[in-house]
Design a protein around this ligand. Structure first.
Ligand SMILES: [Zn+2]
Length: 132
């Protein structure tokens, strides 16, 4: 066996160890065994002398992982945008009062602390009163 080439740790091996670390961290009896199995498999793969077969597994894994990340990207983008909008909204609410036009439901903001105000919708021209 000495001197033979071994597969070593590739991306799949690292991912398995990472997943195992997360499973260990959860500290539940349901996740500890899978974590041990994952570490064991990662070690078996790293020490394997069938380098070509391991390389093929790693290629399949990185490809599938890349596809998954690609599929998730629009959702991640949507989520960060949603959070950003929420934060802006919360910040603005302190300084502005938002009125909804009874005619066209357009949201319009008025600086707070002006008392009763008469608002003319800039979209449909409907006039309404509110307390800012
Ligand atoms: Zn309107």
């Amino acid at each position: 066996m000495a001197g033979r080439i071994r597969a070593g740790f590739d991306m799949l091996g690292l991912a398995m160890c990472g997943a195992a670390a997360v499973l260990f961290f959860i500290r539940s009896p349901w996740t500890t065994l899978p974590a041990v199995v994952l570490i064991g498999l990662a070690l078996v793969r790293a020490l394997s002398t069938r380098v070509e077969a391991r390389r093929e597994e790693d290629r399949a894994f990185t490809q599938a992982f890349g596809r998954m990340v690609g599929a998730l990207r629009p959702w991640a983008w949507r989520f960060t945008n949603w959070v950003r909008n929420r934060m802006t909204w919360v910040r603005e609410r302190r300084r502005y009062k938002v009125f909804v036009c009874p005619g066209c439901h357009l949201h319009q903001r008025v600086p707070r602390g002006q008392g009763r105000v008469r608002i003319r919708c800039r979209n449909c021209g409907t006039s309404f009163e509110g307390k800012a």
